[in-house]
Design a protein around this ligand. Sequence first.
Ligand SMILES: *[C@@H]1O[C@H](CO)[C@@H](O)[C@H](O)[C@H]1NC(C)=O
Ligand SMILES: *[C@@H]1O[C@H](CO)[C@@H](O)[C@H](O)[C@H]1NC(C)=O
Ligand SMILES: *[C@@H]1O[C@H](CO)[C@@H](O)[C@H](O)[C@H]1NC(C)=O
Length: 491
Amino acid sequence: MFSKLLACLSLAITASAVATNITPPASRGLPFNPASVVDLSGTTTDTDTIVSTAQTIDQKSGPNGAPDQPIPPTDVTAVDGQITTTGATNSTDVPTRRSISHRGPTRRSSPRAYELAFSGSGTGPNDRDASIHGTAFLTFTTVNNATYNIADCEAFCDEIDSCVFVNLFYEHNNPHLDAGTSNLICAAYADVHTAAEKTSFGGQQLAPLPAEKTFIQDSSGFSLTSLVDPATPEGYELIFGPINAAVNAPGYMGFAFLDRYDVQACAEQCNTRGADAQGGECQFFNIWRALVNGVPTTYTCAMYFIPTNASTADNFGQGNLLVTLSRGYQRINAVIDGGFEGFTACDEFCFAESDATWIGTSPPGGTLDATLFFFQPFAHNGNAVALLGSATAEDALAGTLTPAKPLNTLPGRQYSIGFFQSSSFSPPDEEAAAFVDVQWNGETIATIRPGFANFEFFQFTVTAKGQDTLSFHGGAAPAWSFLDDITVFEL
Ligand SMILES: *[C@@H]1O[C@H](CO)[C@@H](O)[C@H](O)[C@H]1NC(C)=O
Ligand SMILES: *[C@@H]1O[C@H](CO)[C@@H](O)[C@H](O)[C@H]1NC(C)=O
Ligand SMILES: *[C@@H]1O[C@H](CO)[C@@H](O)[C@H](O)[C@H]1NC(C)=O
């Protein structure tokens, strides 16, 4: 009874769809408003802004105030050429004495080996030296000064995952150090420094007169003999690196400077970068270290909406700036072939209800209500695109498009669903009813009603159960919806 009613209803609607006189997509009609396509002109890496910002930024610092401050989180020091912080921030956290557990059994299972980077001046009455003023300063402590205590300083570094270098030196006349029990400072850095960066000579009046000003003696540096590769952030894969060249490629979304070489922090920049109107979400980042006159100066995190690889890394630096430690990471799309470019059943015009990775289904009585098209004039990007709404205009029923296999998602993680939608095939009146339900595990989590609209980006956030199903339900010919460049990225 109900299905009969539904059939009558759909017949009636079919008649009205046909009556619109619009040549449907399946008959190779052309969009009323031609599909806006991705235009990559002017989207190549803005190397000039990166280089000029690197020339003005000051991310260098060193020990200051009380020892044993907690390590601050990685700081973003510039975004797209705007400097967001200036120099070192002074933490107001209460000092928490780290347990110097190298004296106990909790030392790392594989102790790291260090080599002398530079040695100090000695401690004669007239010897004067300088401590490092450099990038990626983490924290400092004082070590027992009964000896020139290299071992305790290296052990301090061992306990800090990101530490790769320590600067050991005496600072005289500083009353803020460790309740006066030691004046031997051990400063930890997340980057390696050289004697050329010994530029902090003291000269501050920290103790009340008649005490003298601070001065530095016997400042030496020790660096790890081998740098470990950073862990690949969840939701990404390493594509290349480390190499001494940065990416120069289209799909560039902007950059951030970080106060240390932190791949995870760069991934977070990419994950939270606002979508590009024509390219969608950040899909790739290139992190690299800038040396200016041989000195570590900043850590660039450049973001792209088009994944790339080492073949586009041809920026070795310019002038006194050198690119080093460049790595590229691609965001993993949980949707396989979200751009439908795997649908290549012809080389000019064809359509189908499904291919190896996507399945289109029609409700009972419907015909071709969700389809894949190979036809460049319909696509946002490339040659192929998906269509919701009867491709032949035989009914006004909504179809459903879904990946052939559940998504490879991790339970409990948040994901961002992104896609481009166009409902500008029919004239505005006929497209007014366009809609798409975004479904996650069969439940509609959002419905878009874009009306008459060319390709626009939409984004929704969901929580995964693991092996989730994504589907798009919509279209009511002649209110067709085209979908392209579908992404599901972990947040
Ligand atoms: C940093 O420390 C200086 C002097 O110790 C103080 O004058 C300044 O207000 C501090 N800045 C911040 C942001 O706490
Ligand atoms: C160790 O540091 C304390 C505190 O600054 C200082 O009084 C003492 O002279 C230092 N000892 C040596 C051997 O340098
Ligand atoms: C880099 O990407 C280009 C274009 O997608 C591709 O042709 C090339 O094989 C890739 N190179 C490597 C080393 O993956």
